[in-house]
Write a protein that binds this ligand. Structure first.
Ligand SMILES: Nc1nc2c(ncn2[C@@H]2O[C@H](COP(=O)(O)OP(=O)(O)O)[C@@H](O)[C@H]2O)c(=O)[nH]1
Ligand SMILES: [Mg+2]
Length: 337
């Protein structure tokens, strides 16, 4: 991508990445096209944007005439961004409030249970990437929508949201866990990549989000909770209302997904630091080359690597590494063919 894009353009691009609906996306793309510097260096990019815009306009036109896609389950949410994370839990724990606090989405929040009836996606920014959160109706054995565990199953990771003000906190979380396990979801603490699942099960990294830490006595209750639950799932105390713990939560969700961000640079040029490649933890130089271009993959000889995290690599900046070298989050890589 050309390096001389203006802050105006980059802001418009950010708005595009954060857009959650078709009309929002179209508006953001139109804005990008309006403010993009018009010269030879951006010709290709302008072409790309125009193509994307035409495609989205067509989709919108199509959506007007067609009803809901036939055969597609109602709970299905198209994945976008670096990963999809489901917000699950008992009624009234603050799932919708959390989505509101972490994204531009505006699901209904109510002080009565069962306010949320359909899945609502929203894009959550974490530093330079976007992660998709999906707000769901509650997991409730009696009154819940039956498809909710399936929506969790389809996501890349799950947050189980609990209410620190609830009297039956432990019962509540056990009910959520039991409902998900009944749907053959093997809940795992983060990093349990090598976990062997029973046949028919899917492994799902899970984080317990203990919401409403701003309530009286909530902090003591959280301490007691983590003591009892220690070692089972990681847990984080937050408040959707005051914003406490939400920055830590963004980072924890990123860690939960087991992904890394990798930036590429061309020899003699500055690195492309605005749009990282999102890869699975454990990805190698070869995996990166495969993502960049099949020609590069075919002719890859070695790479040079710069770390942006002090202490992560035991090598010097710009050191040569081979194709099997494992990448770390925020590495800058120069691929040599
Ligand atoms: N005290 C407090 N109340 C909260 C917090 N987050 C959400 N709530 C309240 O909890 C109730 C349920 O919220 P909602 O987001 O609709 O829960 P959901 O059913 O899990 O989606 C609403 O009255 C919210 O205002 C919080 O951090 N602190
Ligand atoms: Mg809700």
């Amino acid at each position: 991508m050309p390096a001389n894009l203006t802050p105006d353009y980059l802001a418009a691009e950010r708005a595009y990445k954060e857009a959650t609906s078709l009309p929002e996306k179209i508006a953001a793309l139109e804005h990008m096209l309006a403010v993009i510097p018009k010269h030879k260096g951006t010709d290709r990019l302008q072409g790309d944007l125009k193509r994307k815009l035409a495609k989205l306009r067509e989709e919108k036109e199509h959506a007007k005439h067609a009803g809901p896609a036939r055969g597609a389950p109602v709970y299905h949410v198209e994945k976008e961004g670096a990963g999809q994370v489901a917000l699950a839990g008992a009624p009234n724990t603050g799932k919708s409030s959390l989505l509101r606090a972490l994204s531009h989405a505006t699901p209904e929040v109510g002080d009565y249970p069962f306010t949320t009836r359909v899945p609502t996606p929203g894009m959550m920014r974490f530093e330079d990437i976007q992660i998709q959160l999906v707000d769901l109706p509650p997991l409730d054995p009696q009154y819940g929508e039956t498809w909710v565990p399936q929506a969790v199953r389809a996501a890349d990771a799950a947050l189980i949201v609990v209410d620190l003000g609830a009297v039956e906190l432990l019962d509540e979380i056990e009910i959520s866990v039991a409902m998900l396990e009944k749907a053959k979801i093997k809940l795992t603490a983060q990093g349990a990549d090598a976990l062997v699942c029973p046949y028919g099960y899917v492994a799902k990294p899970v984080l317990v989000v203990a919401n409403k830490v701003n309530l009286p006595k909530a902090r003591e209750d959280f301490a007691a909770f983590t003591e009892m639950y220690a070692g089972r799932f990681p847990a984080l105390a937050v408040s959707a209302e005051t914003g406490e713990g939400l920055e830590e939560l963004r980072r924890a969700v990123f860690d939960l997904l087991g992904i890394i961000r990798v930036y590429t640079k061309e020899p003699g040029k500055k690195p492309e630091l605005t749009s990282p490649y999102v890869m699975k933890r454990g990805a190698t130089v070869t995996d990166l080359a495969a993502r960049v271009h099949k020609e590069i993959l075919a002719h890859l000889i070695h790479a040079r690597i710069w770390s942006q995290q002090p202490g992560v690599h035991a090598h010097v900046d710009g050191q040569m590494v081979n194709r099997e070298h494992k990448l770390e989050d925020r590495d800058i890589v120069e691929l040599h063919t």
